[in-house]
Design a protein around this ligand. Structure first.
Ligand SMILES: Cc1cc2nc3c(=O)[nH]c(=O)nc-3n(C[C@H](O)[C@H](O)[C@H](O)COP(=O)(O)O)c2cc1C
Length: 277
């Protein structure tokens, strides 16, 4: 679906929030309508992307804001089937990584600044701090989301792959990453396979996430009850099993094992050249 094919404002808001949690209607345009249509897709045709698509997506990604213009991210484009198979294996055997014609790996990359410092003969005292790692991870996320929006506006589908952090050292070896460079997530890009187009997944009502002047969690439980019903109905209709948001979150953050190795991420980052001081 391209941005121009997106639905009306009320229909879009209803799909995102459900009829019971509609926010007030406000300004609207094709860009917002396109954003409202976002859905992750986990099945891809093998069709190649039109020539120049990668470069267009990277131009969109590089147009995102970046902290102090440091541009502390990079991306590796993976198209070779054997490499996609390796990253699928390292990401919990997610088959869509093998199917998609383009798998972009987004990197938090402090190595470019480190090389610059070496060339300039300067010690970069600020590089080892957790703050600088966070800047790089935020830069990578903002860049990637611009690429996602650009891809979706072109009728392409995407899904992020956070499971690329399950074993960041193995990923770094496969990609030949230098010190101070780590894969924050991957991104599958391609054309949705028929039957895998997916649907707009409901989100929490705005009363849970939007606070005015001061943080106020009093609406949490009411919003959650409504949202549990919406997610149960969405998952029953569109996924293999029905579940509420509460059930899913309790499983996702209730056990260390659900982190799939990412509980060791801080140690892995230190070994990859991020001291996180
Ligand atoms: C940083 C990040 C990592 C993610 N990792 C995965 C992943 O490894 N596998 C997957 O199938 N989906 C992954 N997702 C997709 C989320 O599950 C999805 O965005 C969420 O369920 C909301 O659904 P929607 O994108 O269709 O609205 C990830 C999303 C983000 C933002």
């Amino acid at each position: 679906m391209t941005f121009n094919e997106s639905g009306t404002q009320t229909a879009s808001l209803a799909a995102r929030y459900g009829e019971m949690s509609l926010p007030a209607a406000g300004p609207w345009n094709d860009v917002i309508a396109g954003l409202m249509q976002h859905r992750s897709v986990r099945g891809y045709k093998s069709d190649a992307l039109p020539p120049g698509t990668l470069e267009t997506l990277i131009a969109a990604a590089q147009s995102a804001a970046t902290s102090s213009n440091m541009q502390t991210w990079s991306a590796v484009a993976i198209t070779e089937p054997a490499k996609k198979a390796t990253f699928a294996r390292l990401s919990g055997h997610q088959g869509h990584i093998m199917q998609c014609p383009l798998f972009l790996v987004f990197l938090a990359d402090l190595s470019r600044l480190a090389r610059m410092g070496a060339t300039e003969g300067k010690t970069l005292e600020g590089l080892p701090y957790f703050e600088t790692y966070l800047v790089a991870a935020i830069d990578a996320a903002l860049a990637a989301q611009n690429a996602v929006v650009a891809a979706e506006s072109l009728g392409l589908s995407t899904v992020y792959i956070g499971a690329m952090r399950n074993d960041p050292e193995a990923v770094a070896r496969e990609l030949g990453l230098p010190e101070g460079c780590m894969a924050v997530f991957g991104l599958c890009i391609g054309y949705a396979l028929p039957g895998h187009e997916s649907a707009v997944k409901p989100r929490l009502g705005q009363a849970a996430v939007l606070h005015r002047e001061r943080y106020d969690p009093t609406n949490d439980d009411t919003v959650r009850t409504t949202y549990d019903r919406a997610m149960l109905s969405f998952s029953t209709a569109h996924e293999r099993q029905g579940y509420t948001w509460t059930e899913r979150m309790m499983a996702r953050v209730g056990r260390v094992s659900a982190l799939n190795g990412r509980d060791r991420l801080a140690d892995a980052l230190r070994r990859l050249g991020f001291p996180l001081r």
